[in-house]
Design a binder for this molecule. Structure first.
Ligand code: CUA
Length: 174
């Protein structure tokens, strides 16, 4: 395997050297038509550049979407939303309440009492459903609507010390 890679690399290097040799050996004095040719193609080049610039900006603007996080300043409390406060500590979660209803959006207000943690919600098959950072001094809002009732697992997604792996909790969706 390794020797095959070496062989391919050597052949590739040989080809590059051959191309360079060919170009150097065949280069002559500049063609008298050269200035008119450069004038023409430099014009094409600047139009091509403009075209690529406009295309690039258009594609960038069209493919830019708002970052998919809820407005962190807005209050989501009230009729439609269920509110859950999440406090993270080394190495446990305090969720109040720890039971929510399916089919109605939940606003998690996630913070940390010590270091950065990662608030990750997993379904029963341990597939990640939603997540946000738990940071000291900040309250991050995460909005999620659960489709299915069940027992969801909360796992920490940010290495936060010795017992990071044991930072597990459960959320019940009815
Ligand atoms: Cu908390 Cu890792």
């Amino acid at each position: 395997m390794i020797s095959t890679v070496y062989a391919i690399t050597l052949v590739g290097i040989g080809l590059v050297i051959a191309v360079f040799y060919f170009v150097i050996a065949n280069s002559k004095e500049a063609d008298p038509d050269y200035p008119s040719i450069t004038k023409k193609w430099y014009g094409v080049r600047s139009k091509w550049f403009l075209f690529l610039l406009v295309l690039g900006i258009t594609v960038s603007v069209l493919s830019t979407n708002p970052f998919p996080t809820p407005d962190q300043k807005k209050e989501y409390s009230g009729g439609d939303y269920q509110n859950v406060t999440v406090d993270s500590h080394q190495w446990y979660w305090i969720m109040t309440p720890s039971t929510v209803k399916a089919g109605q959006p939940v606003e998690f207000q996630v913070s940390s009492a010590d270091v950065n943690h990662g608030f990750g919600i997993y379904d029963e098959k341990l597939t990640l459903v939603a997540q946000t950072q738990a940071m000291p001094g900040y309250t991050n809002k995460l909005i999620h609507t659960f489709d299915k009732p069940g027992k969801y697992k909360i796992l920490c997604l940010e290495y936060c010390g010795l017992a990071h792996h044991a930072m597990i909790s459960e959320l019940t969706v009815e």
